[in-house]
Design a protein around this ligand. Structure first.
Ligand code: SF4
Length: 326
């Protein structure tokens, strides 16, 4: 019937959006602002999301890329992705009051790598070059660390002793790609040691599983997240691997109505650093294009919460926030 409104079924993947590590990192900045007052300085985007960064900036956070941009005595927060030892040392040498928002699951990978190194093993880090988490992890492990991103890297990899090798992984990789790389490493170094459970974090795994759950039923996948968000890119890749047109968009403004051509069922998810309000805004945008039949797809329920660092919990018990450590 001419003039009738288009209808779209929208499958909303669950879980999606904020993970426990991101919620903790944002809370750290908010509490630091409350306890110590503005400004507080954050090295690197606290999490990879412009909306989150802009909101915190409005509240008084100042984002910098390097420690030398931070004025003396200013409260200094390290982002959820973690930092290298060199960066931490630079801040400590200047006696900057530090609050570390590194996700505890990233810190766990740092510790694993350090243990391997202390046992004289070459460490293979499976991850993406240039990602801040990878830079931080490489800079936390003394001794030989080899970054591998794909199977070709495994083929050309050379280590000091093939019997003394271990691997760790970036927390936000594709479960499937990592499985293949680990398999190739095991073929090449039969004695290689790795984590009992993959280092890929629960949030990344759950979000990927939730997308896989809807791929048979959708003709378009929209992932809300930043272009530089590793876990968001992996979600988009899952759609592409299933031959579904898949787009990673920062917000509703990034949505192109041409993508709806011939589409009746749309899957929507969001990366671990994307706030739910961005998903809601995208749904509003879709409603302008047609009638929406929204279905929440049942998925894993997450109830993990990470503790805040002592610099905040101790300081909030004092009137002047005086317990922050340099
Ligand atoms: S995605 Fe995983 S590792 Fe990264 S902040 Fe969230 S919980 Fe931590």
């Amino acid at each position: 019937m001419s003039g009738s409104k288009s209808k779209y079924k929208v499958l909303l993947a669950q879980p999606r959006g904020f993970c426990a590590g991101v919620e903790r990192a944002i809370e750290i900045v908010e509490q630091a602002l409350e306890i110590y007052g503005a400004p507080v300085y954050v090295r690197h985007e606290i999490v990879h999301n412009k909306r989150v960064v802009d909101t915190l900036r409005q509240k008084g956070a100042i984002f910098v890329e390097e420690v030398d941009e931070i004025p003396d005595d200013s409260v200094t927060i390290f982002s959820a992705h973690g930092i290298s030892e060199a960066v931490e040392n630079e801040a400590r040498l200047r006696n900057l009051p530090i609050i570390d928002a590194t996700c505890p699951l990233v810190s766990k990978v740092h510790k694993e790598g350090q243990n391997h190194s202390a046992n004289a093993r070459d460490v293979v880090l499976i991850g993406h070059a240039g990602h801040p988490e990878v830079e931080g992890t490489m800079g936390r492990i003394p001794g030989a660390v080899h970054l591998v991103t794909n199977l070709a890297d495994v083929e050309t990899l050379k280590v000091a002793d093939e019997n003394e090798v271990a691997y760790v992984t970036q927390t936000t990789l594709s479960v499937d790609d990592t499985r293949d790389i680990i398999e190739a490493l095991k073929q090449k170094f039969p004695k290689i040691i790795g984590p009992d459970v993959r280092d890929i974090c629960f949030a990344t795994q759950n979000r990927q599983q939730a997308v896989r759950h809807v791929t048979d039923d959708i003709e378009l996948l929209l992932v809300v997240g930043a272009q530089n968000s590793s876990n968001s890119n992996r979600l988009r890749e899952i759609g592409t691997e299933h031959n579904i047109p898949s787009y990673l968009i920062a917000d509703a403004a990034g949505f192109d109505t041409d993508w709806l051509e011939g589409v009746t069922t749309i899957g929507i998810t969001a990366g671990a650093s994307a706030p739910e309000e961005l998903v809601e805004e995208l749904l509003e945008r879709l409603k302008e294009c047609g009638e929406i039949d929204l279905e929440l797809v049942a998925g894993v329920e997450e109830n993990i919460q990470f503790k805040l660092p002592p610099e905040l919990t101790d300081a909030s018990n004092t009137s002047d926030g005086s317990t922050i450590k340099a």
